[in-house]
Design a binder for this molecule. Structure first.
Ligand SMILES: [Zn+2]
Length: 234
């Protein structure tokens, strides 16, 4: 292999690492955002559950108050009943008492259903709060790890960039500008590829016969006529 190809391959290797690190680093803020969103959603869910639990508690207090009021009314009516003289008045109070007693029964049923609902809400809420706390811990660890990885990736990226620059200085300027043109055209590595039989191993298309012939001249660089990558013979 010609030395200029070895030089290009080495440059490409560091370039590829640099490009990969840049992409990873660009992705880190997105990952952090995703983690925060997940946490926020869990928080909102708990808040909704807590509100509905409190609403049920309030409803239960209302029922208790209504029960108390109804029971007091019955006591009052019974006292009143003892003082009436007319039979129809006595019956009218009886009727009123039985209506209130029915209301009390309904309220008690309602109260029992509600207690059942409150129990379930309490269990769900506390288990979700527990999960949230655990999730918070693991998310904190995840965030700390990401931040640590970011620092070490930044260092690696700077090292790779320094390597790229120093390798570029040793390459013939015309060859380097060809390499850079390929890089800006195909964006992702590889930029320098093996020509296998008649196939460019970059775009996996057949190159022209002319390129197949030309590639035997190892003194000069040649490019795939489909993707423009620099091709070499193995
Ligand atoms: Zn190609």
């Amino acid at each position: 292999m010609e030395s200029f190809i070895s030089q290009l391959l080495e440059l490409q290797d560091h370039d590829a690492k640099y490009i990969r690190l840049v992409a990873f680093l660009e992705h880190i803020p997105l990952e952090l955002d995703m983690i925060q969103t997940k946490l926020k959603q869990a928080q909102v869910k708990i808040e909704i559950e807590r509100k509905s639990f409190l609403a049920s508690e309030l409803e239960r207090k209302n029922i208790d108050a209504k029960l108390k009021e109804a029971e007091e009314k019955i006591v009052k009516l019974k006292t009143q009943q003892m003082q009436v003289k007319k039979n129809e008045e006595y019956e009218a109070i009886n009727k009123e008492i039985s209506t209130i007693t029915e209301q009390i029964n309904d309220l008690e049923f309602e109260g029992l259903d509600l207690l059942d609902k409150i129990d379930k809400q309490k269990i769900a809420l506390s288990s979700n709060e527990e999960n949230y706390k655990n999730e918070m811990k693991s998310i904190d660890a995840e965030i700390a790890l990401l931040k640590k990885r970011k620092i070490s990736m930044e260092e690696d990226k700077n090292q790779e960039w320094a390597q790229v620059q120093s390798l570029e200085q040793a390459i013939d300027p015309r060859l380097l500008s060809m390499y850079r043109a390929v890089k800006s055209r195909v964006k992702k590595p590889p930029f320098v590829v093996l020509l296998k039989d008649q196939l460019c191993t970059g775009c996996h298309l057949k190159v022209s016969n002319e390129i197949v012939k030309k590639v035997h001249d190892t003194k000069n660089p040649h490019q795939c006529d489909n993707c423009s990558r620099i091709v070499f013979k193995g």
